[in-house]
Design a protein around this ligand. Sequence first.
Ligand SMILES: C[S@@+](CC[C@H](N)C(=O)[O-])C[C@H]1O[C@@H](n2cnc3c(N)ncnc32)[C@H](O)[C@@H]1O
Length: 233
Amino acid sequence: MRKRLECIASKIPDGVGMIDVGTDHAYLPVAMALRGYRGNLLASDIGEGPLAVARRHAEDAEAGERIRFLRCDGLDLCPPADVDCIVIAGMGGDTITGILDRAEFCMDARYLLILQPMTRAEVLRYWLVYNEFAIVEEDIVEDGGILYPVLCARFGGKTRLKDAELYTGSFAMLKEHPLFQRIWEIQTRRFHKMYDALKRSGAGDEDGRLALCGQICRELEEMMPYDESPRNL
Ligand SMILES: C[S@@+](CC[C@H](N)C(=O)[O-])C[C@H]1O[C@@H](n2cnc3c(N)ncnc32)[C@H](O)[C@@H]1O
């Protein structure tokens, strides 16, 4: 299994059961079955094509009997009592947010959410914080030269994040992570570029984007005040 999915698998606790939303090939639930996970194993996908591939892969691996396949949008057909861990990986942060927003049952501390957005992680972090989920773990995994954020969250409790941390992930949780500096560099370059472009456009700042961009650049500098940090704004 790929490193990205290995990282997710390593965070799934033993328990009542897990659902892999948007399972595609069902790599994750098949691996969990073969590794002796004892809880329920559910796999959902919105597409009939991916589900057919998932079923075939599970049967080939002799894990077909262990996995319940659901064709549905997100968590729509997930029986809440059958799981205590929800994995949503390999989709955009806005798609993940939409799935969680419709599944009110996951607003309960009994569910551990393991979320791996491919894009727009900031939308997902904002949604979690705004809806009173605690981000209990942040991780970064490198797979095929790409850095992927992996977040674990549980309803109840508070996580406070600065605007810059919506993009980088929680600094308190990631500052010792060996890949954090690269995430920081990517976001620092991105926001300095955006700030310069907005400033050059001379369009003023009626919508507050320039000010927000400047603030994020400053927060990034405070996070990681390297000697070679970008010039002051
Ligand atoms: C790129 S694959 C990711 C597969 C796997 N989760 C992973 O991380 O490698 C995305 C899968 O999510 C499914 N998907 C997209 N939107 C979905 C939704 N709203 N509900 C369920 N599945 C969805 C797609 O059909 C596709 O099989």
